[in-house]
Design a protein around this ligand. Structure first.
Ligand code: MN
Length: 260
């Protein structure tokens, strides 16, 4: 390959927005955390907007845990992106829905409701974490109604931090046990719930995460992009994001698997 040929390669159009979810970051996944920091440096700093679509943290016990060393490292990394002029937006997942205004202010990001319709480079997109579409999982939907209730959240956040962390650890173990017993179909989105989202919002494109089943689905009513989960601490290594370029083109991007 000659130098002349290499220089004719077109650069990617400027990036209007990046979308990531389901990193499930915790002190137990240092390689995944490092991959996220690298993504922020190499990708997010060159985009106009960054959308974090839920379960960025494996759990969040409350904004009074923000000075925990690990949590602070994530807040600082996000802040470095926002101070560089990139707009950063956050939709809560089912793991980190207790993130609040203090976290948002210190990270320099804006909290968005779920679902939320945005316009990027002329493209209208509905953003959601995705768990609200998993209506076949009746037990989970009951649990979701409970923990998303403001009164329940206020009562939970009134408990001492240590007690909250113990309750969350027990919930996570219960969730893992329940997931082992549920069929794969139950834990995916419900088609009628997806169709309802398309029609209620009159929108032709949805981006969500949560299911850990990255794909682009063509429905009668529009296109649905499912973001990948990230894990560079356990095999198989995986991660990636969705990108909308300056001309409205939508691209799936995955990180090259490392060789170790
Ligand atoms: Mn989730």
């Amino acid at each position: 390959m000659s130098t002349a040929q290499a220089t004719t390669t077109l650069a990617h159009p400027a990036t209007a927005a990046l979308f990531v979810s389901d990193l499930h970051l915790s002190p137990h996944t240092p390689k995944t955390t490092a991959a996220f920091f690298q993504f922020l440096q190499l990708q997010a700093l060159h985009a106009q907007r960054l959308y974090l679509l839920g379960d960025i943290f494996e759990y969040w016990a409350g904004d009074d845990d923000i000075n925990d060393g690990f949590n602070r490292s994530i807040v600082d990394a996000l802040k470095s992106v926002s101070v560089a002029g990139i707009e950063v937006y956050w939709i809560a997942g089912n793991r980190d829905f207790l993130v609040g205004e203090k976290f948002a202010a210190e990270s320099g990001l804006s909290l968005l409701p779920d679902p939320c319709v945005i316009n990027v480079a002329g493209v209208s997109v509905l953003l959601t974490h995705g768990d609200a579409c998993c209506t076949d999982d009746v037990d989970y939907m009951k649990f979701r109604d409970q923990v998303r209730n403001p009164a329940w959240q206020a009562g939970f956040l009134a408990k001492p931090l240590d007690e909250r962390k113990q309750i969350i650890a027990a919930m996570r173990e219960g969730s893992r046990a329940a997931q082992r017993e549920k069929s794969m179909a139950i834990m995916d989105v419900n088609q009628a719930a997806v169709d309802a989202l398309f029609s209620q919002h009159g929108i032709g494109r949805i981006i969500h995460g949560h299911t850990h089943r990255p794909a682009t689905h063509q429905h009668a009513s529009g296109t649905r992009h499912v973001l990948p989960d990230w894990d560079y601490d356990h095999a198989p290594h995986r991660g990636g994001w969705l990108e909308i370029d300056a001309t409205g083109g939508v691209h799936e991007r995955s990180i090259q698997a490392s060789t170790d």
